[in-house]
Each structure stands twice: as structure tokens, then as C-alpha cells.
Design a protein around this ligand. Structure first.
Ligand SMILES: NC(=O)c1ccc[n+]([C@@H]2O[C@H](COP(=O)([O-])OP(=O)(O)OC[C@H]3O[C@@H](n4cnc5c(N)ncnc54)[C@H](OP(=O)(O)O)[C@@H]3O)[C@@H](O)[C@H]2O)c1
Length: 336
């Protein structure tokens, strides 16, 4: 079987040469272990920080280690009472065709319940990214009828679902920010946004003023930096801001992070701003999956998937998140 290992710790943007494809025998599960066949693997901006050992929640990656990543797979063989052959699970499979996992909290394994829906949804809408969109909009921002909602990184995996979740919760005006005309087209034609703003064109902040002359009630932020500061300058009383990510600052040193001028407006406007991490909400995953799956069946959430084919496509899939060529949830189909 094939697996991708780390060949170099990236400097700046991740490159193809930071990975090496290796051929190894399919592993044999020992006592308490489970053999899983990989069906789909997801990619996420945070993976670059796994490779540079910058996160507190992932084990350090050394040169030659199998690249870490979550995906959806089928249990092929189980020597653990916690798993049965044939079960469909989301877990930390790593970038390989077959994996060994254990019944251990490290893997954050989640058993998929919605068997009538595509297993690929386990990477996006019914996986960590869908849960992230729901946590931000529902649990943190508590979107309610009529709220003016803004989403940054709106055409990406989390952002593409955050808009649907806000609409399903009854929001009013829904505005998305994304890079380029094609992605803005996706926001309007496929992702249910009312207004799309291209941050790569001049005049973004004037456009925010024009479209939010009545202020912003909810901001779901994937980007951070100066954009967050500008939005703080436009919030309404009792606004809610979910800090989901800050991709604009993932590749720059801390001394270059934007220093916000408008933080005082949180107090001035009796607003709330909260960061969150999807792994801290594990006890709610089953409930989240049922809710999101129901919205999919009702047509209130139409997952946008951007699927590459074959394990060989993994490095390119990750690189696409940083050059912005993905639309919706970027993933790779490893096996039928
Ligand atoms: N809090 C949590 O638990 C949690 C969980 C999952 C993900 N996240 C965060 O959520 C965010 C989105 O993740 P995702 O997996 O859905 O990725 P994604 O949005 O599918 O892909 C990343 C997108 O970010 C945009 N981007 C890249 N560089 C940028 C820059 N310098 N400035 C502005 N935008 C830039 C690109 O879109 P454009 O072409 O539109 O620029 C790119 O397509 C990330 O910040 C991630 O870390 C947080």
C-alpha cells in the first residue's frame, strides 16, 4: 500500500517536495487494534502547522513520519471490542491507504450514523468542518431571525457551510467574503449567500459600509488580521463574533500580526467575541451530525465538495488551501 511521509519541515508555504510517497506492506492489527481502509481524506489549513510542530494538540511530526490527517474509512478487521467490521468511521487515519487505529482518545474517532448519505460528507458537512460551522453559528453566535451575518473565508470548507447554517437558523442578510470572481459566483449561485464580496478587489471596506449601513450582528471569522479589526468597527450593539480561524496570519511571524485598533468596541457595543476549537465539543458530535444530516435531507444544506482522486493527489490538495484554488470542502477519494 501507499503512504505519504514528511520529507522536510516546510519553510513558508507547503510544497510538493515536503512529502515523499512510500510503498509499505498493509499493516496487521495486533491486540486491541483495528485495521481501517481509507475511503476519503480531508485537508485543512492547520496541517501546515502540524508539519512545523506548531500545534499543542497534535504529536510532533518527525522526518519520515506518516503525514497526519483525518478521513473516513471502513473497519476491515477489528481486535477491539469498541469497533465492528464494516463500521464507517471518521478518525485520524493519516495519509495512507490502510491504517491501524486503537480505541484511544488521541484518534477522536467518531462513528458515522447517517448511512443514507454519502460517506464523503464525513470529511466535510457531517465531519469536523460541518460541526465547526454549526458550533460557531449556533452555539457561539446564537444566530436568530433577522440577524445581519458576515462570513469570511466564505467559499472554503467551513465557510461554505457556515452560510447555510446561518440561513437554516433564520438569519436575515447573509454576506460572504472570498477571493476572486469565481468564488464569489459560487457564494451566490451554490452556497445561498445574498451578497458576495471579493477581498482581492479594491474597496472592500467601503463595500462593507454600503451593505451593512444597518451594522453587523454576527461575524463568523476564518481570516483574522486587519479584516477582523475593520469588522469590529462596524458591529451593532450585542453583536456576536466567532473566531474560527485566522488564515491570513498563519504564515507570518507573530511580530507581524495586525494589532487591532477597534477592540474597545466590544465593550462599547456590549458585544461578544469568542474563539473555539471543534475538538472541545466532542460530546455533542452525534447531535450535530443528526441536525446537519436533517438539513441536508431537507435541502437546507447542500454540501459543496471539491474532490481529488487517488492518494497521490494529497499534497496538491493541501497546497490548494493556501493558494485559494479550492471551492467548498477539498478532499481526496482514496478508494471507492
Ligand atoms: N476553530 C476550529 O475548531 C476550526 C476547525 C476547522 C477549521 N478552522 C479554521 O477555519 C478556517 C477555514 O478552514 P477550512 O478547512 O474551511 O479551509 P478553507 O477555507 O477550505 O481553505 C482555506 C481558504 O482560505 C483562504 N485564504 C488562504 N489564504 C488566505 C489569506 N492570506 N487571507 C484570506 N484568506 C485566505 C482561501 O480562500 P480565498 O480564495 O477565498 O482567499 C482558501 O481557499 C481556517 O482558518 C481553519 O484554521 C477552525
Amino acid at each position: 500500500m501507499k503512504q505519504w511521509v514528511v520529507a522536510k519541515h516546510p519553510k513558508g508555504l507547503v510544497k510538493h517536495t515536503d512529502f515523499r510517497l512510500a510503498e509499505v506492506p498493509v499493516p496487521i492489527p495486533g491486540d486491541g487494534e483495528v485495521l481501517v481502509k481509507t475511503l476519503y481524506l480531508g485537508v485543512a489549513p492547520v496541517m501546515l502547522r502540524y508539519m512545523t510542530n506548531e500545534t499543542s494538540f497534535e504529536r510532533p511530526l518527525r522526518i519520515g513520519d506518516v503525514m497526519i490527517g483525518r478521513g473516513v474509512g471502513t473497519v476491515i478487521e477489528s481486535n477491539s471490542p469498541a469497533f465492528k467490521k464494516g463500521e464507517l468511521i471518521q478518525t485520524k487515519l493519516g495519509w495512507r491507504e490502510y491504517s491501524i487505529i486503537k480505541d484511544d482518545p488521541y484518534y477522536m474517532t467518531y462513528k458515522m450514523q447517517s448511512k443514507d448519505l454519502s460517506p464523503s460528507f464525513g470529511v466535510g458537512a457531517l465531519g469536523m468542518n460541518g460541526f465547526t460551522a454549526l458550533i460557531g453559528m449556533q452555539d457561539i453566535c446564537k444566530v436568530k431571525a433577522g440577524d445581519n451575518v458576515l462570513v469570511s473565508g466564505a467559499a472554503g470548507s467551513v465557510g461554505s457551510m457556515a452560510g447555510y447554517v446561518a440561513k437554516a437558523l433564520g438569519c436575515g442578510k447573509l454576506v460572504g467574503i472570498a477571493g476572486g470572481a469565481e468564488k464569489c459566483g459560487l457564494l451566490l449561485d451554490k452556497l445561498g449567500y445574498d451578497i458576495a464580496l471579493d477581498y482581492k478587489q479594491p474597496g472592500l471596506y467601503e463595500k462593507l459600509d454600503a451593505h451593512f449601513s444597518d451594522g453587523i450582528d454576527v461575524f463568523f471569522d476564518n481570516v483574522g488580521g486587519i479584516l477582523l479589526d475593520e469588522v469590529l468597527g462596524r458591529i451593532n450593539r450585542r453583536a456576536r463574533i466567532a473566531i474560527c480561524g485566522r488564515i491570513s496570519e498563519y504564515l507570518i511571524p507573530p511580530e507581524e500580526y495586525h494589532r487591532p485598533r477597534n477592540l474597545y468596541r466590544i465593550g462599547l457595543k456590549d458585544a461578544k467575541m469568542e474563539g473555539f476549537f471543534v475538538y472541545d465539543y466532542q460530546e455533542h458530535y452525534a447531535h450535530y451530525e443528526l441536525q446537519l444530516a436533517q438539513w441536508i435531507r431537507e435541502g437546507k444544506l447542500i454540501p459543496l465538495e471539491d474532490i481529488g482522486h487517488g492518494l497521490d493527489a494529497m499534497p496538491e490538495a493541501l497546497i490548494s488551501l493556501y493558494n485559494g484554488t479550492n471551492g467548498g470542502t477539498r478532499m481526496v477519494k482514496v478508494a471507492p
